[in-house]
Design a protein around this ligand. Structure first.
Ligand SMILES: NC(=O)c1ccc[n+]([C@@H]2O[C@H](COP(=O)([O-])OP(=O)(O)OC[C@H]3O[C@@H](n4cnc5c(N)ncnc54)[C@H](OP(=O)(O)O)[C@@H]3O)[C@@H](O)[C@H]2O)c1
Length: 311
């Protein structure tokens, strides 16, 4: 099977390593337009053990449209990077008649590149939601820091892939980095993850601390309010009873306990002077709340506070 993975970020490298260990037909599509395609040495560190693999890296500029035919693409970039990546993909696809088997997106938040995706109803889009944890020690050295689990399912806007049963490529992907489960109703899972991120990321970032700080009872009221606002917006978007505020709250506390010693990605981004994904987290809730006339004052306050910290 032909797997193409965009970038060599933390998650992309993690999946590339695991897929490549099972099946060598994995290539990375890299940002640099001017270099030639090459095989490069990538390192994956798990429990202090280092695994080296040579994986093909193809710059976007060198990517022949025929490489995309029948391929599975994994696009694991920050939400704010997705629009540019999908535009590059659209440009390459426009040069021929290639039809990818699957375009698998994995990022935190909702709403990224929605306008562009709507212009391409022919794209076979899938969303992958994961609690695997990875970070990059250097551009070609990734640390698998937390064993998690993943779910994947079809994006409901793609007319031709709204299937209940998993496609043929699902099993090799699931075998590469288990556990990965098939979830036809992936949108609800994305909303659940959105609620968790809307609570943990801005609150821990504003506290400048690991997630453990949120175990303090002073955060209870705010966490409850964030979940209530997300559930109220979700009720309009998804329908009644699909997200329950008290269940979201319970999930938030489960993740706080499980990741107590972790620094959330938003705080890492702020410390490194990088953009955060706030527009696709609390910003998304605020935007939908305004559109549907649902008050979202707590998400609005957190959104503004994080925006003020971004350079
Ligand atoms: N890491 C985790 O443990 C984890 C867990 C769950 C969810 N997530 C979510 O998954 C998403 C990806 O996270 P991450 O930690 O893997 O981020 P990351 O390490 O910053 O990786 C993003 C990668 O995408 C590359 N990229 C961006 N635009 C590109 C383009 N046009 N062409 C080629 N490559 C491009 C970046 O290249 P440059 O290096 O050149 O910028 C970078 O290597 C985020 O939404 C994150 O919140 C992450």
């Amino acid at each position: 099977m032909n797997w193409l993975i965009v970038g060599h970020g933390a998650l992309a490298s993690l999946w590339a390593h695991h897929l490549h260990a099972n099946d060598k037909s994995v290539s990375l599509i890299t940002r640099n337009a001017n270099t030639a395609s090459s095989e490069e040495d990538f390192v994956l560190e798990t429990n202090s053990e280092q695994q080296h693999q040579r994986i093909a890296a193809i710059p976007w500029g060198q990517l022949d449209t025929s490489r995309l035919d029948g391929a599975q693409l994994l696009i694991m970039v920050k939400a704010w990077q997705l629009d540019a990546v999908l535009q590059q993909l659209a440009d390459v696809l426009a040069q021929g008649n290639a039809k990818p088997n699957a375009i698998i997106l994995s990022h935190n938040g909702l709403g990224a590149a929605d306008a562009l995706v709507q212009r391409h109803p022919e794209w076979p889009l899938y969303d992958l939601v994961t609690t695997q944890g990875a970070w990059r020690k250097s551009p070609r050295h990734t640390v698998h820091a937390g064993q998690g689990e993943s779910v994947i399912g079809p994006r409901q806007t793609a007319a031709d892939n709204a299937c209940a049963a998993p496609p043929a490529w699902f099993t090799p992907l699931a075998n590469a980095l288990p556990p990965l489960n098939w979830e036809p109703d992936i949108l609800v899972q994305r909303w659940q993850k959105l609620a968790i991120n809307c609570a943990i990321n801005p609150l821990a970032s504003l506290a400048g601390s690991s997630n453990q700080v949120l175990q303090d009872s002073q955060y209870n009221a705010e966490i409850q309010a964030i979940c209530a606002e997300v559930a109220a917006v979700a009720e309009v978007v998804l329908g009644q009873g699909r997200l329950i505020a008290s269940e979201l709250e319970a999930r938030v506390y489960t993740v706080i306990t499980a990741t107590a010693n972790n620094t959330c990605s938003m705080l890492q981004d702020l410390k490194q002077g990088n953009p955060t994904e706030i527009d696709y987290l609390n910003g998304y809730i605020v935007q939908l709340g305004a559109a549907y006339g649902i008050p979202t004052p707590v998400n609005q306050r957190l959104y503004s506070a994080i925006k003020a910290l971004q350079v």
